[in-house]
Design a protein around this ligand. Structure first.
Ligand SMILES: [Zn+2]
Length: 334
């Protein structure tokens, strides 16, 4: 909601811009000193790397114009799916065509005349959960986003950990099965081959090929390449026991990767975000139950809370803005 005349935003308010570059759409927003959203705009994400930089420069300019002099924007944060180094360079981005080794910060800063900070989208989402979502006050957590692939973030001591090169918290490509299917990253048997939206579809195709998903197979007239996670979740909601069994297998794989994350970082909470959270009721209880069974010393350690993310669709952009505010040294008003 925009501030009204009786809720003035002074030009002293340290406003920052946050932008979340998604595979199909990009969300940009301006936040004020209390992390309140003052302006937000959406753009389609272009399909070439340089067009993305052009779009970002235009979006920053339009957001500043929309803020209409009510605040002075002091920095820009950008969240993007992929491996981002500590110099704001997107090193590897399987979902953005031609964007590998894209120097986002160095290309954007001279265009917008503001300091630019870039991080992985899940790291940004984790900042939003710490600020105003499910992880307010939490010191040690892991965030996992279950979408087409799996993103992640590690929170230790209340801060998002970036690692030596900026690439910490990428659990999607932990190897869980050396003989598993080929991954988009070029390796084999990564966790996200089983526990993402694409992984759910893979498990469904395996079940259908083995004759253990007859209703969904009939619906698709045998075209198993067309099988998507939605086919399974919809069938499970309609009471199909075979679809429910695939979701149980899926939940097991989700829990296995979570256990690996937990064995490494001993979190008090695991936050689950991404598009699959919509169907959390179908597989979440099984994930929680399995985690206690497959995590080392599961019966001898505090129960790890597993909670759906709460910061919503704007989490990535909000977290990118929080990154910019933190990294540029801007503080909230007391
Ligand atoms: Zn992989």
């Amino acid at each position: 909601m925009l501030p009204t005349a009786d809720q003035p935003v002074t030009s002293d308010t340290p406003a920052v811009i946050g932008i979340d570059i998604g595979g199909t759409k990009t969300l940009g927003l301006v936040i004020g000193g209390d992390a309140e959203i003052l302006v937000e705009q959406r753009r389609p994400t272009p399909h070439s790397a340089m067009a993305v930089v052009d779009m970002l420069a235009d979006l920053v300019s339009d957001l500043i114009a929309a803020a209409d002099g009510r605040v002075e924007v002091r920095a820009v944060g950008v969240g993007v799916a992929g491996l981002v180094d500590l110099h704001g360079r997107l090193r590897r981005a399987p979902n953005l065509v031609g964007a590998d080794e894209l120097a986002v910060r160095d290309l954007l800063e001279p265009r917008v005349g503001l300091p630019v900070f870039v991080d992985n989208d899940a790291n940004c989402a984790a900042r939003a959960e710490l600020e105003s979502g499910v992880a307010v006050g939490v010191q040690h957590a892991v965030l996992i986003t279950l979408g087409t692939g799996i993103g992640g973030a590690l929170i230790t001591g209340g801060s998002v950990i970036r690692g030596a090169a900026g690439m910490a918290g990428e659990p999607g490509h932990m190897l869980v099965d050396p003989n598993g299917p080929l991954c988009v990253c070029g390796l084999r048997g990564c966790w996200e081959r089983y526990a993402s939206g694409a992984g759910l579809a893979y498990l469904g195709r395996e079940a259908a090929a083995a004759g253990a998903l007859s209703a969904v197979g009939s619906e698709l007239r045998g075209d198993l390449d067309a099988l998507r996670g939605e086919h399974l979740t919809r069938a499970a909601r309609l009471g199909d026991p075979e679809a429910a069994a695939v979701l149980d297998t899926f939940a097991w794989w989700v829990a296995v990767g979570m256990a690996n994350c937990a064995a490494l970082s001993d979190p008090e909470m695991i936050i689950v975000g991404g598009g699959l959270v919509r169907d959390w009721d179908l597989f979440g209880p099984r994930v929680r139950a399995t985690l206690g069974e497959v995590l080392v010393a599961g019966a001898h350690r505090p129960v790890i809370k597993v909670e759906p993310a709460r910061a919503g669709e704007a989490a990535g952009a909000l977290g990118a803005a929080l990154l910019a505010r933190h990294e540029s040294g801007l503080q909230r008003p007391a």
